[in-house]
Design a binder for this molecule. Structure first.
Ligand code: MLT
Length: 411
């Protein structure tokens, strides 16, 4: 008998975005379906920045000669990329992160799940509610979530994020081991100000908790003085791992490359109280289970730090922010509750009619051919909301706005 991981029994049968894709595939077969405009999953419409494309072509060329061919690379990532990240993403902001604390990955989502390997199986978990569904699903798969009771897992602490508090999370009332924080937030689009991060770091230090800080959308922050990294808070290096991605900054959703910072100051303990740094454990885990991101994708990612690459990142993120801003304005004019779309590519909207998330999702899909993500898929507190993404062409965004405006007027 093949015995399987029982924890899967506690998971919803399909992942949120898989479920939405299935609904959309059915919609497209309907005879009066409008041409679909996808504003659900945050996928990049392209094109790839030229600096990245050139660097990747060059990397392929290098692989074609014996002298410059590359086989297995360092599991932690190539020094050329780790060094430039340390210098530009952190050094330029006076944040002392050593290249040996940076681990290149094949994307933020993989590392979010893989980090569970180095933490005790019975660790307790807190997530923001609403939050990116992978935090909860990963915790379920690892056996940290307990039983599903209604819409919630018995072993997870849900940190309510409500509009009155600009979607900042409440602190856990009791001690938890792991706290997932995402800022700029997916899905609400809100950014945690410095004081909020400071409170979280203080809590983590007092309670000896670990913060897993998902900073995949930091390149979208435009408002001055909003923190882009948790390490802007003093002492955060003792309690926080930071995860970043090139998906939403360089169009790497298909190429796959990101990185995780595991500071050497974070110390964990075995059952017999022997201390060990999480950096050592993560390195051990990666060398066993990962052979490094591809040389080609790492060369492409390094190009994002050149002068040309940085300009292209700015242009790309500006483009998606503009789309998100237009969506935001349209919903605001119609009297819907809106956040995001300013320092975030996501717009989070609550309808004023008491419709559920799925009712709104279905209405916008059927009547406008615009797909969104139902807010309740991100947690109980997301009920009544939908999320729209600015990752689209300007033309598609304008077309979607035209269609949406008509039905917003009628409602
Ligand atoms: C989303 O739509 O929430 C993201 O694209 C998902 C992801 O980054 O994996």
């Amino acid at each position: 008998m093949i015995r399987v991981n029982n924890n899967f029994e506690e998971l919803p049968a399909v992942y949120l975005f898989t479920q939405i894709s299935r609904i959309l595939a059915k919609y497209k077969e309907e005879k009066d379906a409008l041409p679909l405009i996808r504003m659900d999953i945050g996928d990049i419409p392209g094109p790839l920045p030229s600096s990245v494309a050139r660097a990747m072509h060059e990397a392929v060329e290098e692989l074609t000669t014996q002298e410059s061919f590359k086989g297995y690379g360092p599991e932690q990532g190539y020094a050329f990329l780790r060094n430039v990240i340390a210098e530009k993403d952190y050094g330029e902001r006076n944040l002392p992160i050593d290249p040996s604390e940076i681990f290149i990955s094949d994307g933020a989502k993989c590392d979010l799940g893989n980090l569970g390997d180095i933490l005790a199986k019975d660790s307790t978990v807190a997530v923001m509610d609403p939050s990116y569904p992978a935090y909860v699903d990963d915790s379920v798969i690892d056996g940290r979530a307990g039983k599903l009771v209604g819409n919630k897992y018995s072993g997870i602490t849900y940190l309510k994020c409500q509009s009155e508090k600009n979607f900042c999370p409440e602190l856990p009332e009791e001690r938890v081991d792991i706290i997932y924080i995402c800022s700029p937030n997916n899905p609400t689009g809100s950014v945690l100000p410095y004081e909020e991060l400071e409170k979280l770091v203080k809590y983590a230090k007092e309670n000896k908790s670990l913060i897993i800080f998902d900073s995949a959308y930091e390149a979208y922050i435009r408002t001055p003085n909003l923190p882009k990294s948790i390490y802007e808070v003093s002492g955060a290096k003792e309690v926080a791992i930071e995860i970043r991605s090139f998906s939403k900054t360089g169009g790497f959703t298909g190429i796959r490359c990101g990185y995780t910072v595991v500071p050497k100051e974070i110390v964990g303990y075995y059952n017999d109280n022997t201390p060990i740094t999480l950096n050592t454990l993560w390195n051990r885990r990666q060398t066993t289970k990962f052979n490094g991101a591809s040389y080609i994708s790492q060369k492409g990612a390094a190009a994002l730090y050149t002068e040309e690459g940085r300009k292209e990142v700015r242009e790309m993120t500006d483009r998606f922010l503009k789309n998100a801003g237009m969506l935001r304005e349209m919903f605001e004019e119609a009297g819907w509750k809106v956040t995001g779309g300013v320092d975030s590519p996501y717009v989070w909207v609550g309808n004023p009619y008491g419709w559920t998330s799925y009712e709104t999702f279905e209405k916008l899909l059927k009547e406008c051919g615009v797909s969104t993500t139902p807010g309740s898929g991100f947690g109980e507190e997301g009920e009544g909301y939908i999320r729209l993404s600015g990752f689209n062409s300007l033309e598609n965004t304008e077309k979607a706005i035209d269609r949406l405006r008509k039905i917003l007027k009628q409602s």
